[in-house]
Design a protein around this ligand. Structure first.
Ligand SMILES: Cc1cc2nc3c(=O)[nH]c(=O)nc-3n(C[C@H](O)[C@H](O)[C@H](O)COP(=O)(O)O)c2cc1C
Length: 379
């Protein structure tokens, strides 16, 4: 291996005891490929198996915790005990080659399509619709419903434990329900879940506490808990770096193993706040402090990018999203000094070789500009 890539291969012990064999993680990516009833499919298992040989941890696609939270067609569920069997097959497939298996748990809130949720009843913190054509206006959740969803996150965690996962990641990013409660743009409530910034944090922190309680009660070993968030929102009235700083301060005192930033490019500077001279991730790492590892992500393609992301932001861990779809052997190639053979573009004839399920392949190839596609394969 090229010695300059050595920092990517240092093992790391996380806060609550689990050890990761290296710093490279597979980012959570929805693949639209579970069975329509929400059970795990063989195609998705094969897709993960193809990508678990080198990374130290795989964070799965998001899984819905409540029937009202299914965000995508072909999304899998952890909302009832019958799911445990399929989840268990998925956890075993990921762990077979030595990666930790982390289940990303989620509720889509206002982003759910009406035909994916019972009675077409799309719910959120408040009645603020997404800014896209035809988006439904969500119904504000009642307090008992909010408390039930918090319990659902706990129950999904218990199922992840029983299925043999090594951890869960709370999906508090990308505009889904947890973020909808924290954002002043989507949360217009005036009860204990809204109004002040502190009140807007109530729902996210209740979930962290409930998940931690369940882990203490049910997990025998160092079960991981991570939290993912988006640092800023596009909307003028949305989340700013100042909100993110307060979120990080609150999460620091919880029993979390890591924070995971959601970003499309690790180099992006903040749009708000007093310091716009460096990247958002660097600021987040600084705020989180030495004790709480941060996963950095976004447009990391080559090992040079990964080293630059580590050194420029200080993040302890690196997640690969699109790149691990394009190059399932990324880690192994770096490890054996074969980094020049790393592919950074997809060819349209690659689906079978790369073991990508058809619904994900169709999404990739029909969304212009999302993935780099090799020109020669366009013919
Ligand atoms: C196909 C696809 C599906 C995604 N699904 C999820 C998801 O389920 N949960 C999540 O937190 N992020 C999701 N993301 C975002 C990625 O985790 C990652 O943050 C983003 O792709 C940027 O990293 P990259 O440049 O390495 O791809 C998805 C991204 C892609 C490309």
């Amino acid at each position: 291996m090229n010695s300059s890539y050595q920092p990517l291969f240092q093992p790391i012990r996380l806060r609550r005891g689990a050890e990761l064999k290296n710093r490279i993680i597979m980012a959570p990516m929805t693949h639209f490929s579970s069975h329509p009833d929400g059970t795990v499919s063989d195609d998705e298992i094969r897709y993960y198996e193809r990508r678990t040989g080198g990374v130290s941890m795989v964070i799965t696609a998001c899984v819905f915790v409540s029937p009202s939270g299914k965000g995508f067609p072909g999304e899998f569920g952890a909302e009832r005990d019958e799911r445990i069997e399929g989840l268990s097959r998925l956890a075993s497939a990921i762990k077979r080659q030595g990666a930790k298996a982390v289940l990303q748990i989620f509720h889509g809130g206002r982003a759910c399509a009406p035909d994916l949720v019972p009675n077409r009843d799309v719910v959120s913190a408040s009645d603020v619709a997404e800014e896209k054509e035809g988006a439904p206006t969500p119904r504000p959740l009642t307090e008992p419903e909010i408390v039930q969803i918090v319990r659902d996150f706990g129950e999904a965690t218990r199922r992840a434990i029983e299925a043999g996962f090594d951890g869960v990641e709370l999906h508090g990013a990308n505009g889904y329900l947890i973020q909808q409660f924290y954002s002043p743009y989507t949360n217009k409530r005036n009860d204990r879940f809204g109004g002040s910034r502190e009140n807007r944090l109530t729902f996210p922190l209740m979930i962290v506490d409930e998940v931690t309680r369940v882990v203490k009660e049910h997990a025998k070993n160092e079960f991981l808990i991570g939290y993912r968030f988006s640092p800023e929102e596009a909307h003028e009235q949305g989340l700013k770096m100042e909100d993110t700083n307060v979120l990080i301060d609150a999460l620091k005192s919880k029993a979390l193993d890591y924070l995971h930033v959601s970003a499309t490019d690790y180099r992006t500077p903040p749009k708000s706040g007093s310091d716009q001279s460096t990247s958002r991730i660097a600021l987040i790492v600084k705020r989180a402090g030495n004790d709480l590892p941060v996963i950095g992500v976004g447009s990391i393609k080559t090992p040079d990018d990964a080293i630059d992301a580590q050194s420029s932001t200080g993040c302890a861990l690196i997640a690969l999203g699109r790149e691990i779809i394009i190059e399932p052997d990324w880690v192994q190639k770096v490890e054996r000094g074969d980094e020049h053979a790393i592919a950074t573009e997809l060819s349209l004839s690659d689906q079978e070789r790369l073991v990508v399920p058809t619904p994900l392949w169709n999404a990739i190839t029909h969304t212009p500009g999302w993935f780099p596609i090799a020109m020669s394969s366009n013919a």
